[in-house]
Write a protein that binds this ligand. Structure first.
Ligand SMILES: Cc1cc2nc3c(=O)[nH]c(=O)nc-3n(C[C@H](O)[C@H](O)[C@H](O)COP(=O)(O)OP(=O)(O)OC[C@H]3O[C@@H](n4cnc5c(N)ncnc54)[C@H](O)[C@@H]3O)c2cc1C
Ligand code: FES
Length: 252
């Protein structure tokens, strides 16, 4: 979805996100900025619950009630050498501006993108444009290699070619990526996706444990060093409101 908002569009840096509220009684949801020009930002979202479904029902010319951003610390970009950018599902949209900036900074970029099935592979052309090599995986083998992004990563890591890995996707994917790169000691940056509410560091909703210390993903992140993240804590917090989310969807 392309949203006209010149103030946010001009300030945006890769890795940042916005918090939107669709209607007066609606919840606030974070969405990464996938791209921007001088006037507009692009957000890409998966319709998983009530708010993202409502967002998907908007028509061209409709207004989003509130949009706060750009939020979060931008991804640290420099010329590391050879980087591997890994995206899963809708996370590929958030990975794209990071991969693009890494390429512009002079890195050799190898990308691996994956999804459950071929229809859920997004941003393939965009990722191909900013990558020196692009690998695609699907869980069911309907496009690219059958399997997970981490299967390709494991194979490529055998060659010891990467100076840094960046991963954006479901928490479980980022956990496995971090477990795999730890065995080869390759520094890995992940973009965490805890439940967020205010996005200003005040509500504590997005608390994550990194290096044994509590951090707020909205202001300290969302990027963190994957090897230091307590993913089990993140995965259990992501399930905290499952019952309420189901109730809201059933009532809708
Ligand atoms: C920094 C950040 C960037 C994100 N970027 C994107 C993106 O670019 N595209 C995209 O599709 N999704 C993104 N997400 C996830 C997105 O915010 C959730 O899918 C959305 O909030 C779901 O809301 P819902 O009401 O439709 O579903 P619900 O039924 O409320 O929730 C469905 C699932 O979404 C997650 N979720 C719910 N509320 C939140 C919340 N406030 N914050 C974080 N996760 C939540 C939970 O895991 C939950 O189980 C991002 C999350 C974070 C933290
Ligand atoms: S979302 Fe409230 S502290 Fe981060």
């Amino acid at each position: 979805m392309v949203v006209y908002n010149p103030l946010v569009a001009r300030k945006f840096k890769p890795g940042q996100f916005v918090i939107v509220r669709v209607c007066e009684e609606g919840e606030r949801i974070p969405l990464t900025i996938a791209d921007a020009d001088d006037e507009s930002i692009t957000i890409v979202f998966q319709e998983v619950g009530k708010t993202t479904k409502m967002l998907g029902q908007l028509n061209v010319g409709d207004r989003i009630l509130n949009l706060l951003g750009p939020l979060g610390r931008p991804t640290h970009i420099e010329n590391y050498g050879h980087v591997c950018c890994i995206g899963g599902g809708v996370g590929v949209a958030a990975l794209y501006p990071v991969a693009k900036a890494l390429k512009e900074a002079g890195n050799r970029v190898t990308s691996i993108i994956g999804a459950k099935t071929k229809d859920l592979i997004i941003f393939e052309d965009e990722m191909r444009r900013v990558s020196d090599e692009l690998y695609i995986t699907t869980d069911d083998g309907s496009k690219g290699e059958k399997g997970f992004v981490t299967d390709v990563l494991k194979r490529l890591l055998e060659k010891n070619i990467f100076d840094r890995v960046f991963a954006v996707g479901p928490a479980i994917m980022m956990k496995v990526v971090s477990d795999v790169t730890k065995t080869k000691n390759v520094k890995t940056i992940v973009s965490l996706n805890p439940i967020m509410i205010d996005g200003t560091g005040m509500c504590g909703g997005c608390r994550v444990i990194v290096g044994g210390e509590p951090k707020f993903a909205c202001v300290d992140g969302p990027d963190f060093e994957g090897h230091l993240v307590d993913f089990n804590h993140l995965l259990s917090r992501l399930k905290m409101y499952e019952k309420q989310e189901k109730e809201v969807m059933q009532a809708a």
